[in-house]
Ligand binder design. Sequence first.
Ligand SMILES: *[C@@H]1O[C@H](CO)[C@@H](O)[C@H](O)[C@H]1NC(C)=O
Ligand SMILES: *[C@@H]1O[C@H](CO)[C@@H](O)[C@H](O)[C@H]1NC(C)=O
Ligand SMILES: *[C@@H]1O[C@H](CO)[C@@H](O)[C@H](O)[C@H]1NC(C)=O
Ligand SMILES: *[C@@H]1O[C@H](CO)[C@@H](O)[C@H](O)[C@H]1NC(C)=O
Length: 278
Amino acid sequence: MYFRWRAALCSIITLMVDGLPFQVEVEVMAEFFVAVRYTNTTPVTPDNLCTSWTPMIVCSSDEKVLELNFTNANLKGTLPSSLSQLEYIRSFVAKNSQLTGTLPASISNWTKLNYFDAHIDKFLIANNQLNGTLPSAYSALARLQSFYGDYNMLMGTLPSEYSQLTALGTFSCSNNRLSGTLPASWRTLLLMTELSVTGNSLSGTLPPEYSSWSMISFFEVDGNALTGTLPPEYANWTMLHWLVVNNNFLSGTLPVEYSVNQILFLRLRNNNVAIRIF
Ligand SMILES: *[C@@H]1O[C@H](CO)[C@@H](O)[C@H](O)[C@H]1NC(C)=O
Ligand SMILES: *[C@@H]1O[C@H](CO)[C@@H](O)[C@H](O)[C@H]1NC(C)=O
Ligand SMILES: *[C@@H]1O[C@H](CO)[C@@H](O)[C@H](O)[C@H]1NC(C)=O
Ligand SMILES: *[C@@H]1O[C@H](CO)[C@@H](O)[C@H](O)[C@H]1NC(C)=O
């Protein structure tokens, strides 16, 4: 009896002192390498996790995985849902590969962190072959600043729940198969500076509600099926430099309220929008 208690107590102490998250991270990364068919011949161990794959794996001084950057790493499989167990991650980058399958909803867990100030702020998976939808569960990633999902095969709608991503500065998801409308609920994304949803199948109108985006400088919605007019309310976008709305079904005129002088790049072609000569 005594020995059984002693053994149990020892394993509890090991969990607490040796840092269970660290062992979990070793297992998660080993599983990641297999899942994405990363050409990795070295087995992942607690000793090499933070040293053998720099700069692709960046750890904190206390050896927690903070950043993964596998840009151009020729990844081929799917993103494993066990990634959600990387509790300290701040930045996940897997651009320019051939990842397939869907975006795991489980990583909405990346917000439920027990480490002071840990949070995901960058999620960059552009240029892969990911399909499925933008998980509405990602609305929990409360401190996400940049999302780049361009050039994939994502479908479904822009989740209206992303109105909760109030730290978001860049949302870029051009050249996918997104449909539905630009959600009016996104009016709450007050830090939005760059929105690109070029080359999807979005329909409906440009929400006048986005006039609240006082930081917006880059707004690109060309190559969709948007209808209606350019909202005069966007005259409120005093930081706007880039306005690209060509190849839609917009009509009306460029609102006289817009201060076109500060717009450095303006594309309206292949709509039915008349431009007055100022
Ligand atoms: C990721 O790594 C690439 C080089 O492979 C680098 O150019 C890029 O800036 C890195 N991105 C981030 C967000 O760290
Ligand atoms: C998504 O991609 C996977 C793997 O490439 C494929 O098996 C699946 O049929 C695709 N799903 C859709 C809805 O296209
Ligand atoms: C969320 O993370 C916890 C541990 O941090 C894990 O037990 C749980 O399975 C995760 N949930 C999902 C959906 O991955
Ligand atoms: C215009 O932007 C300001 C902040 O810069 C905001 O207070 C105001 O509500 C906005 N107007 C509209 C119509 O959204």
